[in-house]
Design a protein around this ligand. Structure first.
Ligand SMILES: Cc1ncc(COP(=O)(O)O)c(C=O)c1O
Length: 467
């Protein structure tokens, strides 16, 4: 049966509202379901369309079998939680469905994006810089590599590399998107050099200096250092003040991947983590990681006005980038994309709703949660503490009776935890084979009572497996 448009929208909205209410305590975060069962649940594409009643049922099946990333016990990835204002921004953005390429098509949203970028640039100390929203932290890191390439050789965009042997340096804990960027930019993944880290997972600047010097002697051309603020697994912040000095000496672009660590920007207690950011040439910041906006809400920010256009321009003038009043507001010429979603609206509404102080309060709450969990882990002999930096807590679960090694035991506890479905927490593996829980706190919905439930579950599962 086909409803009127309003009836269908009302029904969908009620279904979504129920989903939001059910993504809370006492409801599972995940219903583990074999792929064969999922295939059975989903009908095949048919030559005739189906009724809206049938579609509504299908929407319910999709919701029911998807992971509830907005649930307070979803602590698996570097994003999560639900903010109604941000979500409304997402809905409106897709309804308006502009492309951010030109001011003509997205006049209001372009101004909103510029306003937010301006605020973020100020926070970085890049007063005369520029920025653009991108498709994620990965894309931001890619753009940084391209800018570094432009800074070294403005014509490489046109002529290709020639015989240059470029090198880019990141820590051994840096995000894998740098590998992808080295591939895509043509720099080559072999020329992405991993600098060793200390026990806390921070890049060792002396090693960086030594390796760059050695590379220069070998005829390589160092063009960029990618430091990280908030590494993916350990949450480490690279010592950017020392790294910036090295970059200055060797004249290389300094990019800071603060995709995850950007949360510290919205904290008073942890603002010191951002010390030295104004020394960077560019920064990646993902609001969807710690601010509670839906994926994707990412920014690339640089202090060098003009570099984005020099790096990304090319084509489109015959049909898209016309000369018109306000065409200087077009952002398409400094983006890698043509069509670009209005990702800004969710962050704008969220920031307007909570104000900077509200966002700071929410972020401080995340730091409180991390500290709360750290105390539990450090006090209980069942847990072996590995590290805690920023919003990342890494620990293992120790067997008392079982002969199983601690890595396998930790992995088995995590497997049972996923099956139980009450919470979702990821694990990581170090290059030395150490396997551990990587508990992260991006989710504003999470309260200390949820941490209690999580830890209790882990302890009960560990007791059950420890035979
Ligand atoms: C440090 C760091 N940089 C970059 C990224 C990539 O971000 P995105 O998923 O937005 O592409 C991640 C993802 O978790 C990350 O942890």
């Amino acid at each position: 049966m086909f409803h009127s448009r309003d009836e269908f929208l009302n029904d969908v909205f009620l279904t979504l509202r129920n989903y939001i209410h059910e993504s809370a305590d006492n409801h599972p975060v995940i219903k583990v379901c074999p792929v064969e069962k999922i295939k059975e649940l989903l009908p095949s594409i048919s030559s005739d369309g189906v009724s809206e009643d049938a579609l509504l049922k299908e929407i319910e099946v999709i919701l029911d079998h998807s992971v509830k990333t907005i649930h307070p016990m979803f602590l698996n990835q570097l994003f999560g939680g639900f903010d109604k204002t941000a979500w409304v921004g997402e809905v409106i953005a897709s309804l308006l469905n502009p492309t951010m390429a030109t001011f003509e098509i997205a006049p209001v949203l372009t101004v909103i994006e510029k306003k937010v970028v301006f605020e973020l640039l100020k926070m970085m100390g890049f007063d005369r810089g520029e920025g653009v929203m991108v498709t994620g932290g990965s894309n931001s890191n890619l753009l940084a590599m391209l800018c570094a390439r432009t800074e070294y050789g403005p014509n490489i965009r046109l002529t290709g590399f020639g015989h240059n042997r470029f090198r880019v340096y990141v820590s051994s804990e840096a995000h894998y998107s740098f590998d992808k960027a080295a591939n895509i930019t043509g720099i080559g993944t072999q020329n992405l050099v991993q600098i060793p880290t200390n026990e806390s997972g921070e890049m060792i600047p002396e090693e960086l200096e030594r390796i760059i010097s050695a590379d220069l002697k070998e005829g390589y051309v160092p063009i960029m250092v990618g430091a990280t603020f908030g590494t993916t697994v350990m949450g480490a912040f690279d010592p950017v003040v020392k790294i910036a000095k090295i970059c200055e000496t060797f004249k290389v672009w300094l990019h800071v991947d603060a995709a995850w660590g950007g949360g510290a920007l919205f904290s008073k207690r942890f603002a010191h983590l951002f010390k030295g950011i104004e020394l960077a040439d560019s920064v990646a910041f993902d609001a969807h990681k710690t601010m509670g906006t839906p994926l994707i809400t990412s920014f690339f920010l640089t202090k060098h006005a003009g570099i984005l256009k020099n790096t990304n321009r090319g084509g489109g003038s015959e049909y898209l980038f016309h000369e018109y009043d306000n065409s200087e507001w077009d952002t398409g010429t400094y983006s890698l994309q043509c069509g670009r979603r209005a990702d800004i609206l969710k962050f704008w509404l969220l920031w307007r709703a909570h104000g900077t102080e509200g966002l700071i309060k929410r972020t401080e709450h995340l730091f409180d949660l991390a500290e709360y969990a750290r105390l539990i882990v450090s006090k209980n002999p069942r847990f072996k503490y590995i590290s805690s930096n920023y919003l990342n807590l890494c620990f293992q679960v120790v067997p008392f009776r079982s002969k199983m090694d601690v890595n396998t035991f930790t992995l088995n506890v995590r497997k049972s935890l996923v099956k139980e479905g009450k919470s979702l927490v990821n694990y990581a593996k170090r290059s030395d084979g150490t396997i551990f829980f990587r508990l992260v706190f991006p989710n504003h919905q999470t309260q200390s009572s949820h941490i209690d439930v999580l830890m209790q579950s882990i302890l009960e599962i560990a007791d059950g497996l420890d035979v």
